[in-house]
Design a protein around this ligand. Sequence first.
Ligand code: NAP
Length: 434
Amino acid sequence: MLHVAIVGSGPAGYYTAEALLKKFGDAVRVDILDRLPTPFGLIRAGVAPDHQSIKAVSRRYEATSLADNVRFIGNIDVGGGVSVDELLGLYHAVVLATGAPLDRKLAVPGEDLPGVIGSAAFVGWYNGHPDHAHLDPPLDVEAAAIIGNGNVALDVARLIAKTPAELEGSDIVAHAADALAAATIRDIHIVGRRGPYQASFTPKELGEMGELERAHPIVWAQDLPPPEGDAALEPGLRKVVTLLRTFAGAGTASTKPVRVHFDFFAQPRSIEGDGKVERLVVERTRLDEDGRAHGTGETFAIDCGLVVACIGYRTNPIPGVPFDPGLGRFDNRDGRIAPGLYAVGWSRRGPSGTIGTNRPDGFAVADLIAADAPSGEREGRDGLDRLLAERDLYIVTFEDWRKIDAAEVARARATAPREKFVKVDDMLTHVRGG
Ligand code: NAP
């Protein structure tokens, strides 16, 4: 019997479990471990709450969890309660699928001022991640600057721009829905250090910015390159640029009270304010022929009381696991970290790609494990259970999670699919029948 532990129950973890089942059938036992009592990682805590169709992929992961030879074990901190070395002693293979939950730093003066928030924290806040539920971002301000030209920046801008009615049917947590309903932000600046041809938006997500009830996208025509260049673009980016041209063509005038400004060619240089954010200072950039941004020396300030940096993520290091601090992920070669130890998903590749991009990672690591042909007996889950009992660690099973799930669904607001528990203690109390 092949015993495999997967650390992390997000998409990368579940696609790995699925691939292992396909490859090894009844000859494998898979334990999926997660620090939280709840499974599905980024699906639950990262994907925007108003993108319920993307979140529906968790049903597929649920089917994997219910396979006889797969087990979900929540509320177990690998690197804390149990070490990676201990897992390597118990399982033939340990696959790290821990994602990239930490914010990359902007590295500009003023970054630590109150009101400057990373996207992991802001997204975690509106999605009810226990690490970020307490965030309390300043929303009683007139303007916000969202740094970055990727889909996370669009998610954050859209969530701030939407009306409560537009968030009906989402699973945004009540604390965030209430705070956003009371928000006074009228100008949202999406700040990109490069131009429209370099944006990482995808067409569907950008298109949503043109369909908001009370918000109007503003793009300056002079930021767009001559249209002759569009034909050579990759089709997705061409659609993005076409949308930006449509926004620019619609002009700046609108009866809608909220403006979403696309500020291209603006590199953040500092964040200023008296005890809290008051402005983001940016330097105008120009691109070289390879598309790299260079400062022109011209700076200007964007007045704002909130800055959300959506500039990418880093993996959380685990004691004893080789880590590449420059790249912000585990030090690995095509998924191999050390004998018996592998990485998949964002903790392997860095924070890029959609949910589905993780699927080939799962199949690739199943192939690596087969190629490495682990031999000898391992205790697998019996050994882990013994260790957990010795340490008196309280774990959450998939059946326990289903109780949390049912309770969240039962306590949902009228139009919402669920109201999440945002404190681990509340989840555990519920599991214990409290
Ligand atoms: P991303 O797509 O890599 O975008 C990061 C942005 O931050 C880029 O525009 C980058 O600019 C900018 N940036 C990085 N460092 C910067 C700095 N120091 N100063 C100013 N700007 C900086 O990352 P993301 O938006 O975090 O998304 C992560 C992944 O999740 C992406 O693959 C994304 O598509 C995916 N995602 C998908 C969805 C969806 O499908 N609905 C939703 C959310 C996220 P440069 O290009 O100049 O480096």
